[in-house]
Design a protein around this ligand. Structure first.
Ligand SMILES: [Zn+2]
Length: 135
């Protein structure tokens, strides 16, 4: 009985996209909205939640696996940038007593510099530009 169900499920899912990180995030966000909405009771949140779940199921059952994996890749790039930004904020707090953070004026890379009072010349490790920093 269970084996037959499993086999027919496997046949149904053949060639379909299935689960990926974007789908997991969509599902998690819709669950978060569901629990927020238990307190808020907003129709807009219900609609948003339904749209997220619909997107998740659409992507899960889609046969256009190339398009779905490209969507996931774009999402992962964006997610990676957000994760990097959060890590930078965490490190700014963690090292606030010993280091300062300054962006390179030419390539915009954020550099961690030792917190030494005075004006210093800094050479960017990425683009080799030299600039002065006041601490
Ligand atoms: Zn630079």
């Amino acid at each position: 009985m269970f084996a037959r169900f499993r086999d027919s499920l496997a046949r149904f899912m053949m060639g379909r996209y299935g689960m990926d990180t974007l789908n997991r995030v969509l599902f998690a966000l819709s669950m978060v909205l569901y629990f927020i909405n238990l307190l808020a009771g907003s129709v807009t949140l219900v609609i948003l939640e339904m749209v997220m779940l619909w997107c998740m199921f659409f992507r899960f059952l889609s046969r256009n696996t190339y398009k779905r994996s490209m969507e996931n890749r774009k999402f992962m790039e964006l997610f990676g940038r957000v994760k990097q930004w959060i890590l930078l904020q965490k490190n700014k707090i963690k090292y606030r007593k010993t280091h300062v953070y300054r962006a390179c004026p030419s390539c915009k890379m954020v550099l961690r510099l030792p917190r030494k009072a005075g004006e210093h010349e800094v050479k960017c490790p990425r683009c080799a530009a030299r600039f002065r920093v006041k601490v």
